[in-house]
Design a protein. Sequence first.
Length: 283
Amino acid sequence: MNAAHRSYDEQAARWNGPAGHAWVDLQEVLNGMFSGIEELLVDAVATEHPASALDVGCGTGALTRAVARRAGRCVGVDLSGPMIEAARARAEQEGVPASFIEADAQEYAFEPAAFDAVVSRFGVMFFSDPVRAFANLRSTMKDGAGLRCVVWRGAEENPFMTTAERAAAPFLPELPVRRPDEPGQFAFADPGRVHHVLTESGWAGIDIRPVDVPCALPEKDLVTYFSRLGPLGTVLPDADERTRAEIVKVVRPAFDPFVQGTEVRYTAACWMVSARAAGAKLS
């Protein structure tokens, strides 16, 4: 099994397993926390006046629905079955012109030249072969279609995102190690790498600029958040009840610098990535 295939299998197992179900269960918390990022993306896409848009790594579909309300039609794609199921149910409930595909956007055979725009909120950092993935996305875009993605900058600029694992590391040596050259949250932290990926995959007019977005979640949801998501969320469910309680007791105070009354507040240090589908189609 080659590294790319192994990476895909790992991602599929993760997002169709506990991580995917956690995102479904916590979708209201997460959507509220990232509402400012959703607003940035929707406003950016709306300036293009697309007739149809593609949301990559759509999760439970909050951004897909928001873009559909402004653009008229948006298709979300994600490899997580639980999240796609939740996204479809919510779109149907709200009567929004959004549809969803359960698939790996790197490999899925999209209809050629079907979309006027592609958008993503933290959904494009997990590809095993980013150049191949963005070339595939390019193939389903009309010439000149716009791309708007928000991705994380480095871990050092996002201490909130690594607080739980840093606090728990002495007690859980088996915690997964984040590697910047592997698919994951900070895989696109290097803007030079992002520029290279987009250039090689048929995108032009590339613009990568920093955005710092205030985020918040209710303090009452903090323990559930850090114990079910991120690296800690991958190992804590398998620990015995006593160990889980001890880890939570250690980790929760580490978040005190971010707690303000009934809210947890932090700044998401991200890149807003913009590009345009180059005129020449890739083979």
